[in-house]
Design a protein around this ligand. Structure first.
Ligand code: KE4
Length: 428
């Protein structure tokens, strides 16, 4: 572990021109202390900082790098697309190929609209749900993050049935009052909320496997209950698969858990690391969108040829290889190794994993929702994070983020990670 003097200089300069020195808050290390390093380059499962330190990367740019960084097929696809122009604002063939592929891979999606971020995808899906149902209210869940559109930056009201309050400055209370925030994994709370607002709830939106409060899984039967509840009340079910889409299975979490939502939001992997989002679902709903219908949604760079080329290369490689078997094997090996390391160090750790997404919480109680996650020992996590960083292992710089494994992570990388974790855990 060399010094990080160049990163520190860059951060000092970044602070002069960029709020907090970063273009997205989680990157600032505020949740773990210290200062972020600056990446010089990335390749496969590794990133190198500007001081020459290398790290095995478990952030994978928050999910898109499912084939690792600078995957040759993706780089080649972008290079080949770029020589023909970087943006047209005119339909291009790759948009059609991408739309058809998403519809093939995700049976609940009959039509899909591309956009440029997960935020846009979720914001647009909610507007579509409201426009298609003529209803205003939405239900979301604490711990689930759907981007930073105003109506989604909402924290739970005082009571389970009181509508939300802004969770960010700059969001008028009026924008939050149509959003009800409920605990995840509690179907009765959703039933109560929908029945207390008859004919008013346009949609229930959730991450089917929440990855923005660490990682926790839906309890058996929970997703099925939401599907039945929403269908029975004319409320649309929206799966935010920006993270889980094409990662947890070819058809995402909805394939893994056998649920058909009405609308699905995508992002990350389908852009191969370039800016992208998408939302899709039942054709009768999607046809409410302009220019066919009255729900407006647009974007200068939507369907951008470079993002489409990169995303298609990423999706095609997932189809052409045994990627999901590799991801599952690496995930299982990491889970087994870290559980054993924690056990032998006598440190209570709850390790949650779904395929190639994972999170270890420093607590002795199971983590099924945000309340459980918040009970974990964050000071211990901070020490663990920095201990691993010193060993050349980069975890997400927050207890409340998921870890991601790529097909570029080798068995040796996993073993190196487990050995480093065992060493650091003994110091905690
Ligand atoms: P973007 O607008 O950041 O592309 O996507 C928003 C979003 C929507 N839905 C889910 C399930 C997401 O995970 C995200 C974004 N994920 C975070 C990671 N926790 C992005 C990292 C960041 O904000 O810098």
């Amino acid at each position: 572990m060399n010094s990080r003097i160049k990163s520190d200089r860059l951060f000092a300069e970044a602070l002069r021109f960029i709020p907090g020195g970063v273009n997205s808050p989680v990157r600032a290390f505020r949740a773990v202390g210290g200062q972020p390093f600056f990446v010089q380059r990335a390749q496969g499962a590794r990133v190198w900082d500007v001081d020459g330190n290398q790290y095995v990367d478990y952030v994978c740019t928050w999910g898109p790098a499912i084939h690792g960084h600078a995957a040759p097929n993706i780089i080649r696809a972008v290079q080949q697309a770029a020589v023909h122009g970087t943006s047209f604002g005119i339909p291009n063939p790759l948009e059609v190929t991408m739309a058809r592929l998403i519809c093939e891979l995700v049976p609940s999606v009959q039509k899909v609209r591309m956009c440029n971020s997960g935020t846009e995808a979720c914001m647009s899906a909610i507007r579509l749900a409201r426009g298609a149902t003529g209803r205003d209210k939405i239900v979301k869940f604490d711990g689930c993050y759907h981007g930073h559109a105003d109506g989604l930056l909402v924290k739970a009201g005082s009571g389970a049935l009181t509508f939300g309050h802004p969770d960010s400055a700059g969001v008028p209370a009026d924008f939050a009052r149509h959003t009800l925030v409920l605990p995840f994994n509690d179907a009765a709370a959703v039933q109560q909320a929908i029945e207390a607002n008859p004919g008013q709830v346009a949609a229930v939106i959730l991450e089917p496997v929440p990855g923005n409060a660490g990682l926790y899984l839906p309890r058996p039967g929970y997703l099925e209950s939401l599907r039945q509840l929403t269908a029975a009340h004319g409320t649309l079910l929206i799966f935010d698969e920006v993270m889980t889409g094409f990662r947890l299975a070819p058809g995402g979490a909805q394939e893994r858990f056998g649920i058909q939502p009405d609308l699905t939001c995508f992002g990350k992997i389908i852009g191969g690391g370039l800016p992208v989002g998408a939302f899709g679902g039942r054709a009768d709903l999607m046809d409410h969108l302009a220019p066919l219908g009255p729900v407006y949604q647009a974007g200068t760079l939507s369907g951008n040829p470079l993002a489409m080329a990169a995303g298609l290369a990423a999706l095609e490689e997932l189809r052409a290889t045994d990627a999901y078997a590799t991801l599952e094997a690496r995930g299982a090996a990491l889970e087994a190794g870290l559980r054993e390391a924690a056990r032998s160090a006598g440190i209570p750790v709850q390790f949650n994993r779904c395929g190639s997404m994972f999170c270890g919480y420093f607590t002795d109680r199971p983590v099924h929702h945000l309340g459980d996650a918040l009970s974990s020992d964050r000071e211990r996590f901070k020490r663990f994070f920095h201990g691993l960083l010193a060993e050349g292992i980069y975890l997400a710089p927050s207890q409340f983020e998921a870890g991601f494994i790529s097909t570029a992570h080798t068995s040796d990388d996993i073993e190196k990670t487990v050995q480093a974790a065992a060493k650091v855990l003994r110091t905690l």
